[in-house]
Design a protein around this ligand. Structure first.
Ligand code: 5GP
Ligand code: ZN
Length: 114
């Protein structure tokens, strides 16, 4: 996807503050942080959203979560807790159409269901 900003960040074509990268995933700080720690974890390959996941992506999605845990340890937010969010589609509030998991922490997060 040549015009996808998260593809460009994952391929190091576009700058971001990377916190983790391997052959399958890239993690970087959100440009507009909503919490003291706000990191996005994305698959290096372009997947538009959860609604486009295939069975063969299951291991990749599991890897995203274990990477999220490792980053939470590195950021020293593991003990106090953190939130993982994946917005999907327009009603889900997704604005960048390359699947990503938000890792939010460093403060008490307001409950999204009120
Ligand atoms: P969504 O609304 O799709 O769940 O989340 C997209 C997130 O990407 C937003 O929190 C937004 O601040 C972040 N974002 C958008 N463009 C960029 C960018 O160019 N660089 C970085 N680091 N984050 C971005
Ligand atoms: Zn992409």
């Amino acid at each position: 996807m040549s015009d996808c900003i998260f593809c460009k960040i994952a391929s190091n074509e576009m700058k971001a503050e990377l916190v983790y990268q391997d052959e399958r995933v890239t993690a970087f700080r959100d440009i507009h942080p909503a919490a003291p720690t706000h990191i996005l974890i994305v698959p290096n390959k372009h997947i538009e959203a959860v609604s486009r996941l295939e069975v063969e992506d299951e291991a990749l999605m599991g890897h995203i979560f274990t990477v999220a845990r490792k980053i939470a340890q590195d950021e020293e937010i593991e003990k106090d807790g953190y939130r993982l969010i994946t917005n999907t589609g327009v009603n889900g509030g997704q604005t960048v159409f390359h699947l990503h998991v938000h890792l939010l922490g460093g403060q008490m997060m307001k409950h999204p269901m009120g």
